[in-house]
Design a binder for this molecule. Structure first.
Ligand SMILES: Nc1ncnc2c1ncn2[C@@H]1O[C@H](COP(=O)(O)OP(=O)(O)OP(=O)(O)O)[C@@H](O)[C@H]1O
Length: 373
């Protein structure tokens, strides 16, 4: 994204285009309610409950990450959202309209309200970049000049203005995904579904694609559902996260809160790769009771993480060693995990735990070790 001016320009055109013209966009049944509302959605395949009572609401302009392991039910959820799968029971509302019992003809205009991007981009290799982007408009019957004008506008939005006549094979993975994003936006959807859209990309390209999605979300007020198995994706751009496991949403909430205080084992395990962990060489030497030092895990977030916590601890509660960890920002909020070693004897240990708890931290005594480290 080059600058805000260009995006504002596109944003204004978006608003104009959404003015009811009776042809281009399917009118929303409700302009003010949630974009997506799932109520107790169930979908079984034989004995497998792919979705086992999923309820979820996504507000306009929100970015929600839906995260889960392989087989958790993410694809089935996406397919229920775009009408490719019918739930056995429950309701799927898109912009206030219940879609789960609609026939194909009724679904067509509603599907235009949903753009999709995919892990492997799904571009047509025999068509140029601009033809790929304009394809949804061609299907809608939009005249050629108009769809090419729209494609040019979108390619500028995604930073690929010079690639209109190129073929997908000549593009990098990140560029292909930019084309995928431009194509997904062509019909001016209310909702963008991202199905593992960065899973095939390297970390740097992933960051640039996520930044683009966030920018588009801000500029166009677009609602985005990110299906992913990577917490890093959720951390980067989501406002809210829903963790799905065995067809159920086991936890959901603001991203920083879930990072700071995960409630389910599956969330804790999904966070393991990106939250500080006790170094393995110390973890291996931990004893439940024996050792000269107690090793503490200290989780702290929000207001509690601001201020000179460790300096105050040293001044008020006694000696300790900082073993590992740190404080990072998630959605602009401080979220930290610190591992400290304190003298195992009393009253040092109790005083330390008491002091940290009093400052709003969650403290767990992980075990004991001998000697330094
Ligand atoms: N058409 C189908 N027939 C039989 N079983 C299915 C079908 N679709 C999904 N399932 C099963 O439902 C469960 C959820 O599958 P789903 O594809 O929704 O998971 P997922 O979270 O998207 O997994 P992945 O990340 O591997 O794509 C799995 O146990 C899967 O085997």
């Amino acid at each position: 994204m080059k600058d805000g001016t260009m995006n504002q320009h596109v944003g204004q055109q978006h608003v104009e285009a959404l003015a009811p013209d009776g042809r281009r966009a399917a009118p929303a049944a409700s302009g003010t309610g949630p974009v997506v509302r799932l109520v107790d959605v169930k979908r079984h395949f034989g004995p497998t409950a792919a979705l086992d009572g999923v309820s979820l609401t996504v507000g306009k302009g929100e970015i929600i990450g839906i995260i889960g392991r392989s087989g958790a039910g993410k694809s089935t959820l996406i397919r229920c959202l775009n009408g490719l799968e019918r739930p056995d029971s429950g309701e799927v509302h898109i912009e206030g309209r219940e879609i789960s019992r609609l026939d194909e003809n009724q679904l067509q205009p509603l599907r235009r309200r949903i753009g999709m991007i995919f892990q492997h981009f799904n571009l047509l290799s025999a068509k140029t970049v601009e033809e790929n982007v304009a394809l949804p408009l061609k299907i809608e019957g939009v005249p050629k000049a108009e769809r090419l004008r729209r494609a040019a506008e979108l390619l500028e939005l995604v930073g690929l203005a010079g690639k209109a006549k190129a073929y997908p094979a000549s593009l990098s993975g990140g560029q292909k995904q930019r084309v995928g994003i431009a194509r997904a936006l062509a019909a001016r959807p209310a909702l963008l579904l991202s199905d593992e859209a960065t899973s095939a990309l390297d970390p740097e390209t992933t960051r640039s694609i996520l930044a683009l999605l966030k920018d588009i979300n801000r500029q166009l007020g677009l609602t985005i559902i990110l299906i992913t198995h990577e917490m890093e994706v959720v951390r980067s751009i989501a406002d809210r996260v829903a963790v799905i496991d065995a067809g159920r949403i086991v936890e959901q909430g603001e991203v920083w809160k879930v990072f700071a205080d995960p409630q389910s084992d599956i969330t804790t395990s999904l966070l393991q790769g990106i939250r500080p962990q006790l170094p393995a060489e110390i973890a291996q030497r931990l004893s439940p009771t024996l050792g000269s030092e107690a090793v503490l895990r200290v989780d702290i977030a929000g207001e509690a993480a601001l201020g000179p916590l460790l300096a105050d601890l040293a001044a008020k509660a006694g000696s300790f060693r900082f073993v590992h960890g740190g404080i990072e920002r998630v959605q602009g909020r401080p979220v930290g995990t610190l591992f400290l070693a304190v003298p195992a004897g009393e009253p040092d240990l109790s005083q330390t735990v008491q002091f940290l708890t009093g400052r709003g931290a969650r403290v767990e005594v992980l075990g004991h070790v001998f000697g330094n480290d």
